[in-house]
Design a protein around this ligand. Sequence first.
Ligand code: ZN
Length: 359
Amino acid sequence: MQMNMENQFPIFDGHNDTLQMFYVADRKRDRSFFEKSSKGHIDLPRAIEGGLGGGLFSIFAPSKMKIKNNPGSDLSNTKTSYALPMVPPLDFGVALDHTLKGMAGLFRLEAESEGKIKVVSDVDELEACLKAGILAVVLHIEGADTIDTDLDCLSVFYRAGLRALALSWSRDNAFAHGVPYRFPHSPDVGPGLTDLGRSLVKACNDLGIMLDVSHLNEKGFWDIEKLTDSPIVATHSGVHALCPSSRNLTDKQLDGIKASNGLVGVNFHVAFLREDGHRDENTPITEIVRHMDYIAERIGIDHVAFGSDFDGATMPKDLKDTAGLPKLMDALRNSGYDDGALAKLTHQNWLRIFRETWK
Ligand code: ZN
């Protein structure tokens, strides 16, 4: 059944870690992207079932060291508060090796898909894929640890399709300082961008690469806000006023995003949604709606979208995975979002950002 052909609301999602599930060398590939599985959150059959039309597919080089008590890796974490140390910097060579593996894996996936998946770097092409029911993948790198200080890698990655970059993934590198995982805690941890980081912002502006602030600390956020000439985007974050995690955005940051005509992709990770910060999958889907409502009310419906963090986070049990997205659509409808608002939330806002950013 070609469900997507009729789909008025194809969902473009701001963040997933699916490439890590399939193409990280030290993780066993125990499922195929083309077969429906009950493992993880995204595969092609479940994407079609749930109405996922595309998304920013992230490549993220993990740290060698296991992070103890990381709320992102320990299911038993229901502590009221935690303050994890900053993850140590990652060696450039290790990060680059990982990135190349992820990119090669993505291109192989596209080649094996018989036209069902397309890596896109052009907005018209992206829009056409959403209409035709072809899964549109935008290449996103989460953490500039994998970019050399001469920015040679940036030029090469751009030609390979890179259209979104997070300067930091909750880790310090040559360009920026990340925000460590803490609750309850302000995102204001550590200094702003380095001089190299400022050059990288300019280089991304010149090439038309979208800048993602989701794992950046607050000083870095404001440095980007001062420097950038394109919209500021948090691909997968929540509202700090509703869930005071260091990974979420303060009201002031939300206002800064609005001023830049930017966008927030709301993260579905339960620990970034809940008031108590617990990593408890018994969290209602309406918690996602609560964050979307807050952003829409404060800065407008044009500045909020989906940023699931599928395959990288703990989803509300009722949502479960990509196939559960229609339940979120129902919850949004029940909360009063009409067709026009749903079109913006699901894909129009992302398309606008890319039109304003990509060259
Ligand atoms: Zn992330």
